[in-house]
Design a protein around this ligand. Structure first.
Ligand code: 5GP
Ligand code: ZN
Length: 135
């Protein structure tokens, strides 16, 4: 897509630190890493988010995400990996070309990913009903 930053990086029109590519996917370092080796895994095809992604692209993405996770563990000594993927501005998506964040976690690393929320209200049975009823 013409005005997409990540399409431009894939095409080499904007510089990026490429780590890996194959037929369908492309990986480069996040310019503002949360930890050493923070990578972004994306499809070469412009797809906005997970809601619009086709099955073939999603399969290719998750397989590349796994490959890069193994690479990061082996080469950088990460003890853990977070795989994160944001959809919509509300959820923190800033670039509208779907990407998985591969975020290495190191012993004694300072990164904290918080699960904190004030939300307490879920009626689990009602929510289950809504999500599983047909139609
Ligand atoms: P999002 O918030 O959309 O899930 O993630 C977008 C990510 O893209 C951010 O972590 C941000 O640091 C990264 N980013 C934004 N602009 C550039 C850029 O020009 N080059 C690279 N390599 N990463 C970028
Ligand atoms: Zn794009």
């Amino acid at each position: 897509m013409e005005n997409c930053l990540f399409c431009k990086i894939i095409k080499g029109e904007v510089p990026g630190h490429k780590i890996y590519e194959d037929e369908n996917t492309f990986v480069f370092l996040d310019i503002n890493p949360w930890s050493r080796g923070h990578c972004l895994v994306l499809p070469k095809k412009h797809i906005r988010n997970i809601l619009e992604a086709d099955a073939e692209s999603l399969m290719a993405l998750i397989l590349t995400a796994q490959k890069i996770s193994v690479l990061i563990k082996n080469k950088l000594g990460a003890e853990g990996i977070n795989v994160l993927q944001n959809n919509s501005r509300l959820a923190g998506q800033m670039v509208d070309h779907i990407h998985f964040h591969i975020i290495p976690r190191y012993k004694n690393g300072s990164l904290q990913i918080s699960h904190k929320t004030d939300y307490k209200g879920d009626d689990l049975e009602e929510t289950q009903k809504l999500l599983t009823e047909i139609g």
